[in-house]
Design a protein around this ligand. Sequence first.
Ligand code: FEO
Length: 178
Amino acid sequence: MINEKIEAALNKQVNAEMYSSYLYLSMASYFQSINLEGAANWMKIQALEEMYHGMKIHGYLEERGGRFIAEAIDKPASDWDSPLAAFEAVYQHEQKVTGLISDLLNLAIELKDHASNSFLQWFISEQVEEEATADGIVQRIKLAGPQGSGMFMIDRELGLRVFNLPADIKLAIQPSKI
Ligand code: FEO
């Protein structure tokens, strides 16, 4: 049975991941509205990844005999000043999430909850990747210049991102049959 403090903290993290998903879906719509369809695609996939992060924690709670109680999700912003500003916001948001994951791991260590400690290690590595990816895009937009052909080239690359449903999400319906 999972410790109730870590259960509550993991519940909050599911909410934070769902907020991230909602935020990136909102950004997808912003990019669509300024005709950057590649960036919109990147954001939609990011939104799916965040939902996956939330479901991964949800699954862990189930496995440990815990319970997920859904709470309201905060309203994200819907407009940004520029593509650069939006990706800077992604980078800042991911740094915030890294802090949340770090706090969760500290709690697991404090409670000597080795199973949660082990579970959270995946998220620690994932956050390194998430921050590096977002920062990389920010740097490329800065180099290319946020307007004109440079941004369109980056947009084309962002349009190549694909999403594969991770194997640890156990659903009765396989993606190929949807
Ligand atoms: Fe769920 Fe982008 O971290």
